[in-house]
Design a protein around this ligand. Structure first.
Ligand code: UDX
Ligand code: ADP
Length: 464
């Protein structure tokens, strides 16, 4: 089966970059990315590719090359679905905020809406691919809706989880460790569908790195990979607190441990806590699934990874308050970095949000600088917590355009995101501009202690 037309529903952090790379690597296939969010689609179509809605190193050049050739962004969802032979579902699956499974289970309403829409408009056979991270056995529900509400056309459901990390999305897509495709490998039609997707990735990924499994293994592997990665971060963060009490240094410990080839060096960087749209959501989801099968010990084991992460964020905020003589009331504090990691403008679950919220509860005045995050996003993130009124958030949090403004006349500055540019700042100037004693809190182990102390800063870094 030769695929000529792909549609991707959802032009977000996953759908946008993934489709851009598929379009670039497969110029003979027409790829249309659709979304109901008109302003997002308008931004993807902006003449100036620097204005596309997602910041990822290298992405704008790929969009420039493929857009208008075989890559299209559109709000015409129905017609794109009907024309496609292959449909990727790449819509958001946030944690439920209501009803059964509130705060834990993935909210599948957007997925279900997509399935119903596909069923309603399709007049020819389709391969439907789960790209969003989903609870294991979601494919079964998808198939049920498609088969029972459709126009009698044939659907093959595949699971093809995306392992890209934000900030390195283009490189992760170009050189993936592996591509995982789950399908109904016991039937001929299922095998054919899997092969069609394998053939697409084989344009640039070596065959031996394309794994095919049954659908349930594929769905569960994605949750498992994220849970393992998050667990490593929580493990090293747990050690960071012990390091602070014992005089050990968490970077030295991580290095010594990571040189054991059985453990490996990656994902051992202590931080103020992991953020991002995946780790917390996927673990909560895993915990929910385990609980729903009555597996209490399994659920409790994984839940501890989240508990540790929440503790790390709170611990950092408390450290600031305690160090500033037990009160930050009326004190100005500069927050450097709002994104959940460097090289992305994504702020979902960023530790900066929670630390700021805690400091605002302690009546601090906050000034934020992030090189890629816009002021509206900072306010939207704080408003979303519902801790105080929108007016209060705007009155007590200022978002500025330079790190120097963020530090000016503050009692303390906290590094929340490991942006490279923070290493190169004119720190003597920042020290000069701050109130004394000038406190510097490094939540990312980004800065060198010795040089900062020499300037005169009172310096605290996670895990040392
Ligand atoms: C993650 C997975 O890595 C990716 O495979 C999956 O597809 C989506 O979820 P992402 O959330 O984009 O990707 O970023 P990642 O690099 O995994 O970082 C997640 C969080 O952990 C960030 O806040 C990061 O700063 C933090 N982190 C990561 C650490 O604190 N220490 C580390 O050593 C690594
Ligand atoms: P992710 O990080 O998983 O890519 P995002 O939230 O960045 O998540 O993107 C998901 C996108 O899916 C959003 O832009 C949203 O508007 C879009 N979306 C959700 N439901 C639908 C739908 N039924 N039809 C089209 N687009 C949708």
């Amino acid at each position: 089966m030769k695929i000529k037309n792909i549609c991707c529903i959802g032009a977000g952090y996953v759908g946008g970059p993934t489709m851009a790379v598929i379009a670039q690597k497969c110029p003979e296939i027409k790829v249309t990315v659709v979304d109901i969010n008109e302003s997002r689609i308008a931004a993807w179509n902006d003449e100036d590719v620097d204005n596309i809605p997602i910041y990822e190193p290298g992405l704008s050049n790929i969009v420039k090359e493929a857009r208008g050739r075989n890559l299209f962004f559109s709000t015409e969802v129905d017609s794109a679905i009907d024309k496609a032979d292959m449909i990727f579902i790449s819509v958001n699956t946030p944690t439920k905020t209501y009803g059964m499974g509130k705060g834990m289970a993935a909210d599948l309403k957007f997925i279900e809406l997509c399935a119903r829409q596909i069923a309603r408009v399709s007049t020819s056979d389709k391969i439907v691919i789960e790209k969003s991270t989903l609870p294991v056995r979601t494919a079964e529900a998808l198939k049920n809706i498609l088969d029972n509400t459709g126009n009698g056309v044939n659907y093959q459901i595949l699971s093809n989880p995306e392992f890209l990390a934000e900030g390195t999305a283009v490189d992760d897509l170009m050189n993936p460790d592996r591509v995982l495709i789950g399908g109904d490998i016991d039937s001929d039609k299922g095998k054919e569908a899997v092969k069609a997707l394998v053939d697409i990735y084989a344009h640039w990924v070596p065959r031996e790195q394309i794994l095919t499994t049954n659908v349930w293994s594929s769905e569960l592997s994605k949750l498992t990979a994220n849970a393992f990665l998050a667990q490593r971060v929580s493990s090293i963060n747990a050690m960071s607190e012990l390091c602070e009490k014992t005089g050990a240094d968490v970077n030295e410990v991580a290095k010594a441990v990571g040189m054991d080839s059985r453990i490996g060096p990656k994902f051992l960087k202590a931080s103020v806590g992991f953020g991002g749209s995946c780790f917390q959501k996927d673990i909560l989801n895993l915990v929910y699934i385990a609980k729903s099968f009555g597996l209490e010990e399994v659920a409790n084991y994984w839940e501890q990874v989240i508990i540790m992460n929440d503790h790390q964020k709170k611990r950092f905020a408390t450290k600031i308050v305690k160090t500033l003589f037990n009160t930050v009331s009326g004190k100005k504090i500069g927050i450097l970095g709002w994104a959940f990691k460097k090289d992305t403008n994504d702020t979902r679950e960023s530790a900066a949000i929670y630390v700021t919220d805690y400091l605002l509860n302690e009546q601090a005045e906050i000034v934020v600088y992030d090189p890629k995050v816009k002021a509206e996003q900072v306010y939207a993130d704080l408003d979303y917590l519902n801790t105080r009124t929108e007016a209060e958030n705007r009155a007590r949090v200022k978002v500025v355009n330079t790190p120097y403004e963020a530090a000016y006349q503050t009692h303390a500055v906290a590094i929340m995101t490991e942006w490279d540019e923070f290493k190169e700042l004119d720190w003597p100037q920042i020290y000069e501009d701050m109130l004394k004693p000038a406190f510097l809190f490094d939540g990312r182990r980004l800065l060198e202690r010795k040089t900062k102390e020499k300037i005169g800063f009172e310096f605290y870094a996670i895990g040392s």
